[in-house]
Design a protein around this ligand. Structure first.
Ligand SMILES: CC(C)(COP(=O)(O)OP(=O)(O)OC[C@H]1O[C@@H](n2cnc3c(N)ncnc32)[C@H](O)[C@@H]1OP(=O)(O)O)[C@@H](O)C(=O)NCCC(=O)NCCS
Length: 151
């Protein structure tokens, strides 16, 4: 399995993955999906440039991306567990349907977690889809005390 790192030339691929994730989780409104992508591209471009967004891909022997993962480094106020260190948010985890259940997403998560360990990132969070929950749990992710209010 070949794993590569994302660059600015991969903005469209990552945006396509993000759209597909929302589509697969039930968001079918084309306009809503298009608006999300239009807002996401400049956000992503800017954060790849500042290295606040890191991406990993699995590529096939022809170099085609079959699976992807993003790691967003979030500025975080000083905390007892690691003053001055950012926290990480895993997002845009997607494997093309024909390549699923071959350990690709797992390999990408492991790569991102290794990067986090090497850079002393104290906490890594994510929003899990039903499809991905078991995978994250098997890698040690646990539910947190986070709460949310929808307005
Ligand atoms: C969730 C998703 C990213 C998983 O990608 P994947 O590359 O198939 O993931 P993996 O192969 O590493 O693991 C998936 C499952 O296959 C199993 N698996 C891994 N290698 C396997 C193999 N060789 N044979 C059989 N099963 C295998 C894993 O144990 C895991 O099982 P689980 O779902 O019961 O925990 C993919 O299904 C997807 O893109 N879904 C739509 C978007 C989505 O939900 N993204 C997650 C956002 S949080």
């Amino acid at each position: 399995m070949t794993i590569t790192r994302a660059t600015l030339t991969d903005v469209e691929t990552i945006t396509t993955h993000r759209r597909a994730i929302f589509f697969e989780t039930g968001y079918r409104d084309e306009r809503q999906l298009n608006d999300m992508c239009a807002g996401f591209r400049p956000w992503l471009r800017s954060r790849i440039s500042t290295q606040e967004y890191l991406g990993w891909f699995v590529v096939d022997p022809e170099g085609k991306v079959v699976s992807g993962l993003g790691l967003w480094l979030m500025d975080w106020p000083a905390h007892v567990i690691g003053p001055g260190l950012p926290r990480a948010n895993i997002l845009n985890v997607y494997t093309r349907p024909e390549s699923r259940r071959q350990g690709m997403a797992r390999a990408l998560i492991v790569s991102a977690l290794e990067w986090c360990r090497d850079h002393r990132i104290p906490r890594i969070r994510l929003n899990a889809t039903e499809q991905a929950r078991g995978l994250y749990q098997s890698l040690g992710f646990q539910p947190t005390n986070e709460m949310q209010l929808r307005i």
